[in-house]
Design a binder for this molecule. Structure first.
Ligand code: HEC
Ligand code: HEC
Ligand code: HEC
Ligand code: HEC
Length: 210
């Protein structure tokens, strides 16, 4: 044997290569016949936790007129809007509050050139109304704002107008959104221009000149 190897040293290399190939074949065969691993236990299809709700604060309660009088217990006496307005003739042309003298004196009104009855419902003063005449309860006033201010409403729905409280991640907690009228007075919705103020004085890096 050793004599043979001495005569032909290449034989040793051939034997080595054959041995190595047999080994790798054996490994492949063993892997093929290996019993499949027991399947991982399938988790029961648990329902995902429900996201918390997004609530929009309701609009104002149906207003009543304060008569300025007090009942014997000291509570203010108020009257439903329809008390008087079921007998008055609705003034569909009114778009200003300057000349209100019989009632609602001093109302601060500036909302484009809208007439009062673009919002208030001439058929029932205890409600508002949409452009198609459908009544809207005061707490649902946002539907009415949205009908004329589509862009603002779109921005509101995107979240870039109107602010929020609570959680960005609804998996962690609920979110509360403001109503349009929490910020805008329906009779005077425009915000006054903000006057810029002087920046804080920089007392460290700016040379004072003296
Ligand atoms: C005490 C009676 C009385 C009550 C209560 C009353 N109003 Fe009036 N309202 C009037 C009178 C009178 C006018 C007309 C004012 C004028 O011409 O000087 C008027 C005018 C108006 C107008 C202008 C349009 C129109 O028809 O002339 C609106 C809008 C209005 N009222 C809404 C309301 C709402 C909302 C309430 C409830 C918070 C209410 N009113 C409660 C007496 C009343
Ligand atoms: C853009 C819609 C809109 C217009 C236009 C409008 N109102 Fe109103 N008005 C409302 C809403 C909303 C409320 C409820 C606000 C609240 O209770 O905080 C209200 C409340 C009232 C009230 C009862 C509360 C109060 O402030 O005394 C009176 C009175 C009233 N409006 C009269 C008028 C009159 C008069 C005009 C026209 C000069 C007018 N409104 C125009 C939406 C409107
Ligand atoms: C019937 C249509 C109509 C309804 C309803 C209405 N608006 Fe307006 N709104 C107008 C018009 C018209 C103007 C004036 C636009 C202008 O001057 O460029 C205006 C102006 C405004 C402005 C000032 C815009 C500015 O350029 O600064 C705000 C804020 C506003 N409305 C908010 C509201 C809110 C909040 C409601 C609901 C309570 C509402 N509006 C309901 C038509 C409407
Ligand atoms: C958190 C307070 C807040 C809420 C809620 C809010 N707004 Fe505003 N809105 C503002 C402020 C502040 C401005 C003035 C921005 C400026 O002057 O640049 C404004 C501006 C506006 C304007 C005039 C400028 C524009 O973007 O066209 C309109 C119209 C308007 N809002 C309508 C609405 C309506 C409709 C809703 C309800 C869907 C609403 N806003 C809810 C604070 C609010």
């Amino acid at each position: 044997m050793s004599l043979l190897l001495k005569k032909h040293p290449a034989l040793a290399w051939i034997a080595l290569v054959v041995f190595a190939s047999l080994c790798s074949l054996a490994v492949v065969w063993a892997q093929k016949n290996h019993a499949p691993a027991p399947a991982a236990p399938v988790a029961p299809n648990e329902p995902k936790p429900k996201p918390h709700p997004v609530t929009i604060k309701p609009g104002p309660a149906t207003p009543r007129l304060d008569t300025g009088l007090k009942d014997p217990t000291g509570q203010p006496i108020t009257a439903a809007c329809s008390t008087c307005h079921s007998t008055t003739t609705p003034n569909v042309a009114r778009n200003s509050a300057h000349d209100l003298f019989q009632a609602h004196r001093g109302l601060d009104y500036a909302h484009g050139s809208l007439t009062c009855l673009s919002c208030h419902n001439a058929k029932d003063y205890d409600t508002l109304h949409l452009a198609d005449g459908r009544g809207v309860a005061f707490p649902d006033v946002m539907t009415l704002c949205a009908q004329c201010h589509g862009t603002a409403m779109r921005d509101y729905l995107h979240g870039s107008h109107g602010g929020m409280n609570g959680h960005w991640n609804l998996a962690q907690g609920p979110r509360v959104r403001n109503n349009c009228v929490n910020c805008h007075d329906p009779h005077h919705p425009k915000f006054p221009l903000v006057r810029p103020v002087l920046p804080p004085r920089d007392r460290i890096s700016v040379p004072t000149g003296h």
